[in-house]
Design a protein around this ligand. Sequence first.
Ligand code: ADP
Length: 158
Amino acid sequence: MKNIAIYPGTFDPITYGHLDIIKRAIKIFDKVIVAVAHNNEKDPLFSVSERVELLKKATRSIKGVEIDDFHGLVVDYVKTKKSKVVIRGLRMISDFEFEFQMALTNRKLSKDVETIFMMPSEAYSYLSSKLIKEAASLGANLKGFVPSFVEKAIKAKL
Ligand code: ADP
């Protein structure tokens, strides 16, 4: 049986931080499904299908990675994929509180699903999609933060 992990998120858009987590996760799971959430609460720059396309392009060369999108609860989606594992990235202490709450809520919703936290390389531990978009809107060069095709896509939107 394949060991499958789900890496859910907004990915608006993918950064080298997300990519770092994906590369770490695929070393310990047979398959990693990166799943873009349809989340009405956020006001994303990219549509879900655009985010999926950027993720596909960024992960094309990583064997075992699949890109998908989902509606509803993460724990329900995890089960439909025959997985028991949610991967989340932890950048700094500031991520901890929210992630801890979410992991315990998900555990309450489904006792069969475990959340695993992974730390990115320290080179990416400060990166966030939100800050990158802000920096881009002020004219920053995004080299080192996101792949060049992602930078192009952000700049085309702004
Ligand atoms: P969210 O799903 O909370 O809206 P994102 O889509 O930005 O946020 O991120 C998805 C997951 O990837 C989250 O677990 C988040 O903590 C993690 N993540 C985001 N940026 C980084 C980074 N630079 N390094 C490691 N993990 C990250």
